[in-house]
Design a protein around this ligand. Structure first.
Ligand code: ZN
Length: 369
């Protein structure tokens, strides 16, 4: 059965310039600066995903549209005015550093508002019943952004902005946010850590980003205690460890919580060739995780599932991971073959490391139960 999948994107989002002054690697000293495109958060990963959707023909099965920028009221539900003014002033002045690893370019404020607007529209389309599920190709991403602090390529908290807009407009109740970006969803966690109406779960590479952070001890505070779960996985975790974590931790948590909407912070940087992390996922991993959450959404909330694009820094491979997730949302397979699938499947953890990972996830599931 095919489903009605809404797909939100806007060319403007590809025009955000993170600025060549902020390179991923520290340069100088013994480190030769890279050539022009040295910044990891490039529009190419996102644009090439959109292009593969078009070339594969999958676009024809999607309800494709743009959306207006998030307006001031939308932003102010999550971010304080003073932070927004600081962001706008820096953007209007031509750019600079808004926070750690968060350089903005000229016009980035307007572009970030459009990125958040796409996420708002994706949630809106699903809640109105115009689509069964939705994908927002948001850029810049949002999951590292705190209420008053940009960081990690993120300037506005796209998912919280979309959730709070839906709560204001549709009286939406309980929402679950599953963050499978390889880096910790620290912004979303900080915005919701004292609330029980939004369950946040982050699967991430332990000690990766924010630098040194694990999250194993953080499980929400005050009224939010127990509504914030962290699944820090060791570097080198692959398809089986992620699927086990989904089945033993994420799905039971969703069962207990019974959300009215599931939102995914959909980064693809846990794939095996990502330059900013060290995990071993492939396109079928993202396909399988999307399938598990689609089925969970069907059980709990009439299939209401929204994927919001976050990280993923391999220009060559992100398109195949994204295509697989979106094929699963729609319920069709295109003729596209992932040229790297076989190789990455052959690079999965060996027997001893696999056993270690299975026991690690089992123990984590026991602690979080
Ligand atoms: Zn990431």
């Amino acid at each position: 059965m095919t489903r009605r999948t809404a797909f939100f994107f806007d060319e403007l989002c590809f025009w955000h310039s993170a600025g060549m002054h902020a390179l991923t690697l520290p340069v100088g000293g013994w480190v030769q600066p890279p050539a022009a495109a040295g910044f990891a958060e490039s529009p190419e990963t996102k644009r090439r995903l959109k292009n593969l959707l078009d070339v594969s023909g999958l676009s024809q099965s999607l309800l494709q549209q743009s959306a207006p920028a998030a307006d001031e009221a939308d932003l102010l539900r999550v971010h304080p005015q003073a932070y927004l003014q600081r962001f706008k002033a820096l953007s209007d002045a031509g750019g600079g550093e808004l926070g750690p690893q968060a350089p903005v370019g000229p016009g980035s404020y307007e572009i970030a508002k459009r990125s958040a607007g796409l996420a708002i529209a994706a949630v809106d389309a699903v809640l109105r019943g115009e689509a069964d599920n939705a994908y927002s190709l948001s850029r810049p991403p949002g999951h590292h952004c705190l209420a008053d602090q940009a960081m990690g390529f993120c300037f506005l908290a796209n998912i919280p902005i979309a959730i709070e807009a839906a709560k204001a407009r549709h009286g939406l109740g309980k929402v679950a946010v599953i963050d499978w970006d390889v880096h910790h969803g620290n912004g979303t966690q900080s915005i919701y850590e004292t609330r029980s109406d939004v369950l946040t779960i982050s699967l991430h590479q332990e000690h990766c980003y924010p630098p040194g952070y694990s999250g194993a001890e953080d499980c929400g505070q005050a009224a939010g205690e127990g509504f914030n779960l962290n699944i820090p996985l060791p570097a080198g975790s692959g398809h089986d460890a992620y699927l086990q974590a989904m089945r033993q931790i994420v799905l039971p948590a969703l069962e207990r919580f019974a959300p009215e909407l599931i939102v995914v912070a959909c980064g693809y940087d846990a794939n095996a060739v990502d330059p900013l992390a060290r995990m071993l996922l492939h396109s079928d991993s993202f396909r399988a995780m999307t399938a598990l959450l689609r089925e969970a959404a069907e059980r709990h909330c009439a299939g209401r599932l929204v994927l919001v694009h976050e990280g993923g820094y391999s220009e060559a491979y992100v398109p195949f991971c994204g295509l697989a997730a979106i094929e699963e949302l729609v319920g069709v397979r295109t003729a596209v073959q992932d040229p790297m699938l076989g190789f990455i499947q052959s690079q999965q953890p060996g027997a001893a490391h696999g056993r270690f990972l299975a026991e690690y996830v089992e123990a984590l599931a026991g602690r979080l139960r």
